[in-house]
Design a protein around this ligand. Structure first.
Ligand code: PAF
Length: 330
């Protein structure tokens, strides 16, 4: 009798262990599909970076994390994508910092014109303590900053005349990003800026609602802005357009720890890869724009532009951060 009872007990224990093993197997087999969005074409480094990240993540997780990449603002323009991450409706995003500033005001320092001496100084600052401080501010808004990327230097294009000095911008209707500092900077230079999402900008240029826009050469090239009345480009390089590879904190918290680590690690390495691609493609884009008949004003005396926009530094909310960035480059 006792033997029989022990036998039943052993059988029951085995069944429990078997069920537990099966259910934990099921968990480990679960596939997590993450959606990644950005605003540019599928041959832009933003996209190529996300594809490389997706491939590495899928390989390292044995297919348990699949990243689907959506270009051309298919999941929303940059401001909407940022909001989506705070709400947990978008998992991964790469975006320029200008619209993200509307959610994380600390980032406004990065969009102050001519704030960085050069690209190398920018990268050193972003990858150092100041960058960590900015990522901490981002995290408070429900967004994990994974790595710093870029879209290149912003230059002015327009449909009417070569712009060689700030006065040439007088009365020029220019589309800017949805960023108060950019808006104020163009007002200081006498232009008439209208902030709008990139999704609306192309039509505004084509229809002559605005005469001008400012973006890196790669954007002018990939969107064939020479076919949208943009005949002149002045290499002002007024803003080093910082971008960030980001993940929604909600997505981060919902992923099992082992998978989360892999996604984070791959996200952390992709910014530098993306930046190298931009540097290469930027040169090619300037050549393409010339071949397409755009007049490129290359020899620009930037000092008068710097002088004209200097009052906007006072508008930056986080003055202590601004000063730290300036100090770090002395
Ligand atoms: O001008 C903008 O809105 C941005 O530079 C763009 C083109 C969406 C890329 O980040």
């Amino acid at each position: 009798m006792l033997k029989k009872r022990i036998g039943i007990l052993v059988l029951m224990m085995t069944a429990i262990l078997f069920i537990a093993a099966c259910s934990s197997d099921t968990d480990s087999e679960e596939v997590y599909t993450l959606q990644a969005g950005h605003s540019l074409p599928d041959d832009h480094p933003y996209h190529l970076g996300l594809l490389e990240m997706a491939e590495n993540v899928e390989e390292r997780t044995d297919g348990r994390v699949v990243i689907e990449v959506f270009p051309f603002s298919e999941l929303g323009a940059e401001r909407e994508l940022t909001e989506g991450m705070t709400l947990g409706t978008v998992d991964l995003v790469v975006s320029s910092t200008a619209p993200v500033t509307n959610f994380v005001p600390e980032l406004a320092v990065l969009d102050a014109p001519f704030i960085f001496n050069d690209r190398e100084s920018a990268v050193e600052i972003l990858e150092g303590e100041i960058g960590d401080e900015l990522f901490a501010a981002l995290e408070e808004q429900g967004i994990i900053g994974m790595s710093w990327a870029e879209n290149g230097y912003r230059h002015i294009t327009n449909s009417t005349h070569p712009i060689e000095k700030p006065e040439d911008l007088n009365g020029v209707k220019i589309r800017t990003q949805e960023n108060e500092i950019h808006l104020a900077a163009f007002e200081e230079m006498g232009a008439q800026p209208t902030p709008m999402a990139w999704t609306e900008a192309l039509t505004a240029l084509q229809q002559g609602v605005v005469d001008a826009q400012e973006n890196p050469a790669i954007v002018a090239d990939q969107y064939s802005l020479f076919e949208a009345n943009q005949q002149y480009m002045t290499l002002t390089g007024h803003v080093y357009s910082v971008a960030i590879y980001m993940m929604s904190k909600q997505t981060h918290d919902e992923l099992p720890e082992d998978l989360r680590e892999i996604v984070l690690e791959e996200g952390q390495r992709i910014g530098a890869v993306e930046r190298d691609m931009i540097i290469e493609m930027e040169k090619e884009s300037i050549e393409t724009l010339k071949e397409q008949g755009m007049e490129i004003i290359e020899e620009v005396d930037v000092a008068p532009f710097q002088e004209a926009v200097s009052p906007v530094y006072e508008l930056v909310e986080h003055q202590e951060l601004l000063n730290k960035i300036l100090e770090a480059q002395k």
